[in-house]
Design a protein around this ligand. Structure first.
Ligand SMILES: Cc1cc2nc3c(=O)[nH]c(=O)nc-3n(C[C@H](O)[C@H](O)[C@H](O)COP(=O)(O)OP(=O)(O)OC[C@H]3O[C@@H](n4cnc5c(N)ncnc54)[C@H](O)[C@@H]3O)c2cc1C
Length: 309
């Protein structure tokens, strides 16, 4: 039996710590509970939205007039090189479990916050590893057909920060099987720990943010590509530039509107530097996009998701 609550503040469930109330809110631990929640939304003719770790989300100051389905299915089990994981399991738990079992393939994602389901939907990645590199199958609940569907890796349409689960809003990821390789447990644990330390060292994890706000853009501007390569000493692969570098070139490091600020440490991080409202963030985001477009002809696109706008 699900417990549907009313007028729940969503800000504490997001890493931005921003946003108004949800009209209805429910936590689900099983597929049966998910079905019940969806039936409730259908009966009441409400929109619904899946909220997991809340680490890639900006919630409107007006909140959400529908039903928030908080993903709390979080079992993890290991069999040989395969790890079966439910969508609400924290990614770090999965990575630590893999390391304990001497399974390699996910170490460089250690420290990416959020859940497995969120990572699959957005094909999360870090230091050259994306979740797609370890996905074997994904089970998703199709909210239109009200049935479970299994997706092989090829069916998931993974690409840079996207997947079929992002494109098709009717699909809720409920579990996945990850396939990893057997390796040296000590080496795997060391790389996992080193990756976490490396991320901790950049000073960004204690901040109220949603991680990288924009996706890395591509450009045909040869001068910009060459300037980047000269400055950083690395190639701009596939004519892609880091969004943070582009924002920095636009002179926006530290730019502040209300309580929202472009982080001084990383220009692709927008932080809640005090009592930022979602409107502050949106105004800052619009300003950044306009400046980058005017100065460089580059149209930035958000990696962060919006709810209630
Ligand atoms: C400090 C910091 C650092 C970060 N670093 C990285 C990084 O290095 N690499 C990276 O890729 N990301 C990074 N992120 C972003 C974030 O961690 C990832 O996008 C993460 O995968 C989001 O997972 P979540 O569970 O928090 O999703 P949420 O924020 O809860 O949701 C994000 C979106 O996914 C949808 N969703 C969530 N669960 C499901 C599900 N089960 N089925 C269908 N849809 C679902 C939601 O509806 C929403 O639209 C960072 C964020 C922060 C705050």
């Amino acid at each position: 039996m699900i417990d549907i609550q009313e007028n729940i503040s969503l800000a504490p469930f997001t890493s931005f710590r921003i946003g108004g109330n949800a009209k209805f809110y429910v936590e689900i631990k099983t597929i049966e509970e998910l079905k019940e929640a969806l039936s409730f939304a259908k009966e009441k003719k409400l929109d619904f939205y899946v909220l997991a770790g809340g680490t890639n989300l900006l919630v409107s100051d007006n909140g959400f007039e529908g039903l928030i389905i908080r993903m709390k299915m979080n079992e993890i089990s290991v069999e040989g090189g395969n790890i079966a994981v439910e969508a609400g399991a924290p990614l770090i738990k999965v990575i630590n479990m893999a390391a304990e079992q001497g399974l390699t393939g996910m170490e460089k994602m250690a420290g990416v916050p959020g859940t497995l389901g969120g990572a699959i939907r957005g094909n999360a990645g870090a230091f050259g590893t994306e979740i797609k590199s370890v996905v074997k199958t994904v089970n998703a609940f199709d909210t239109e057909k009200m049935q479970l569907t299994s997706f092989n890796l090829e069916d998931c349409d993974f690409a840079y920060r996207t997947s079929i689960f992002k494109i098709n809003k009717n699909l809720i990821v409920v579990s996945a099987v990850l396939a990893l390789q057997q390796g040296d447990a000590q080496e795997i644990q060391k790389l996992t720990k080193d990756t976490i330390m490396k991320r901790a060292g950049n000073g960004l994890h204690g901040l109220k943010s949603a991680g990288s706000y924009f996706m890395n853009p591509t450009t045909e501007d040869e001068k910009m590509l060459t300037d980047f390569e000269k400055e950083k000493g690395v190639p701009a692969r596939n004519k892609t530039l880091p969004a943070g570098w582009v924002i920095e070139q636009a002179g926006l490091l530290g730019k502040k509107i209300g309580g929202a600020q472009v982080s001084e440490l990383h220009a692709n991080y927008i932080i809640n530097a005090g009592e930022a409202s979602a409107s502050d963030v949106i105004m800052l985001v619009s300003y950044i996009k306009q400046q980058v477009r005017d100065q460089f002809g580059i149209q930035l696109a958000e990696e962060v998701n919006y709810l209630g706008f």
